[in-house]
Design a protein around this ligand. Structure first.
Ligand code: AR6
Length: 167
């Protein structure tokens, strides 16, 4: 498995099959990652998500990517930190369920934002530990995926992922 991290925007990952949305339960545009993805994918995305909502913390559902350059969007609802509990398990469920969708649809690449670490308040360092531990353990069970990319929005978060991936 190849892991990489980039400093940038989840909507600009042209070479990746599925990008992950840090969604809200209603799968509506909202702010942060979800707002950027809906804006870039266009109105058809909101129509496509209508029949799939609401989703629960830890769930992942998939749509086409519409105007985005990717094939799919995997929408994950992360936990609101300390409110949806146990938050670490629910966050791990997001990553596992997203990876299972890549396997089911024979995808070779996926890009994740740092789910729950914005509006949902999950401390960045612990969320990184959950993401990396969960993914590293779960990819053993997958046969199609070749590339996992993490897309970080700030310098500081990017630097933290670079250090964490070296370990
Ligand atoms: N590309 C990559 N990362 C981004 C981008 C982007 N375009 N925009 C923000 N981030 P958040 P959550 C980073 O709040 O915590 C929404 O309103 C951001 O700096 O998008 O799971 C939804 O509607 C942070 O590190 O997701 C939900 O209601 C991380 O992505 C709620 O927020 C996640 O921030 C979901 O909250």
């Amino acid at each position: 498995m190849k892991y990489e991290c980039v400093h940038g925007d989840i909507t600009q990952q042209n070479d990746i099959e599925a990008i992950v949305n840090a969604a809200n339960a209603e799968l509506k545009p909202g702010g942060g990652v979800a707002g950027a993805i809906h804006h870039a994918a266009g109105n058809e995305l909101e129509e496509a998500t209508r029949s799939l909502a609401p989703i629960k913390p830890g769930d992942a559902v998939m749509t086409k990517a519409f105007l985005l350059p990717n094939r799919y969007i995997i929408h994950c609802l992360g936990p609101v930190y300390g409110v949806d509990t146990p938050s670490d398990k629910l966050l791990a469920d997001c990553y596992r369920n997203a990876l299972d969708l890549t396997e089911k649809h024979q995808m070779e690449s996926i890009a994740f934002p740092a789910i729950s670490t914005g509006a949902f308040g999950y401390p960045f360092e612990s969320a990184t530990d959950v993401a990396l531990e969960t993914i590293r353990a779960h990819v053993e069970k997958l046969s199609h995926l070749k590339l996992v990319r993490f897309v970080l929005f700030s310098d500081k978060e990017f630097a933290h992922y670079q250090r964490a991936l070296r370990k």
